[in-house]
Ligand binder design. Structure first.
Ligand SMILES: [Fe+2]
Length: 336
């Protein structure tokens, strides 16, 4: 298959209080507001090459409205759509804000994905124009402000099934998976369209609600910046949910915190680059350090919350053996 997709271009989320979320993204995360349209607010990181990378739209709950990938060419967009429809999924073409003709579909596990080739490249205002030709804007003065959008991690009821569909239909490389120590249950997998360990992650969803998101992530250039961001968050009374630490899978340094809607966001840096076109994904166990490279700390239970909140019975209530319930709810812990 020719390479169809190049990278994650933007994530659109909903928030009950758009203004509160936008203020947080501007003042605490370090994003810049670039536009407002139909109640949605468009934001960008200082190093994003296109017009925007985050959209905050009004909604009753925090949700993933859509996740967007740029294709590798106009022809790749047509081919991707052909393959999606051949797989029995029907989407629709629309004219997207600053992305031209785009195609949006809902994947087999309920997640909206947008594909586009056209973009509007960011042109900064003169007072924030970088002195460096390749930099879209001056580096932010906010401590730990991310350079770019990095990845999105969704929740799906069948981790391997999700990975298989996006691999076979759209060419995402499957880079790794985590299977519980206690039982052959896949709880996590990472996929990528480029040299990063992942620009799409999937965690096991025990709820009956389709299309949920676990978190999305920004990139900072260095470990030092991530640690300064952590320090700054603490000083500003913004709880850090998990980290800073290093994931075994991907080897990125990470920290997680929440924005006002309760949506989880992550800062990432470091990690390996992998260009192997026929990479064979390895299977990790939590005890190998899939989430925590140092194997010395359990992930907080709150990290299993995805968005919007589950409203149906969870998998653990549907007959998963008692001894597996904790492992299923907290698949990244190392006990077992
Ligand atoms: Fe992540």
């Amino acid at each position: 298959m020719i390479s169809l997709l190049s990278h994650l271009s933007y994530v659109a989320i909903t928030a009950p209080d758009v203004e509160a979320s936008v203020e947080f993204y501007k003042n605490e995360v370090g994003l810049t507001e670039v536009a407002r349209k139909d109640g949605s607010v468009y934001l960008r990181c200082w190093g994003d090459y296109y017009a925007y990378s985050v959209v905050v739209a009004p909604g009753d709950e925090p949700t993933l409205q859509t996740m967007a990938w740029r294709t590798t060419s106009p022809e790749a967009l047509e081919e991707a759509v052909r393959r999606i429809e051949e797989a029995g999924v029907e989407g629709e073409w629309f004219d997207g804000y600053q992305i031209g003709r785009a195609y949006r579909f809902t994947g087999p596990f309920g997640h909206s994905m947008t594909l586009h080739w056209d973009v509007v490249r960011h042109r900064s205002e003169p007072h924030v124009a970088s002195i460096y030709p390749d930099r879209p804007e001056k580096r932010s003065k906010i401590a730990g402000a991310p350079r770019q959008l990095d990845h999105v991690t969704i929740a799906a009821s069948d981790v391997d099934g999700f990975a298989k569909w996006y691999n076979e239909v759209l060419g995402f490389r499957i880079m790794a998976r985590t299977v519980l120590d206690q039982a052959p249950i896949s709880v996590f997998s990472v996929l990528t369209t480029n040299e990063k360990s992942h620009d799409l992650g999937v965690v096991l969803d025990g709820s009956t609600r389709p299309g949920r998101i676990n978190h999305y992530a920004f990139w900072v250039d260095t470990h030092e910046e991530l640690l300064i961001a952590a320090d700054t968050l603490m000083e500003r009374d913004i709880p850090i949910e998990y980290g800073p630490s290093i994931h075994g899978i991907g080897e990125q340094t990470f920290l997680y915190y929440r924005e006002p809607s309760s949506m989880r966001i992550e800062l990432n840096t470091g990690g390996y680059r992998n260009y192997v076109p026929d990479w064979q994904p390895n299977t990790w166990k939590p005890s190998l350090g899939s989430s925590n490279l140092y194997r010395n700390g359990a992930m907080p239970m709150s990290m299993t919350e995805s968005f919007p909140a589950a409203d149906g019975p969870t998998a653990t209530e549907e007959g998963v053996p008692t001894e597996l319930q904790d492992a299923l709810l907290n698949p990244y812990t190392q006990h077992g």
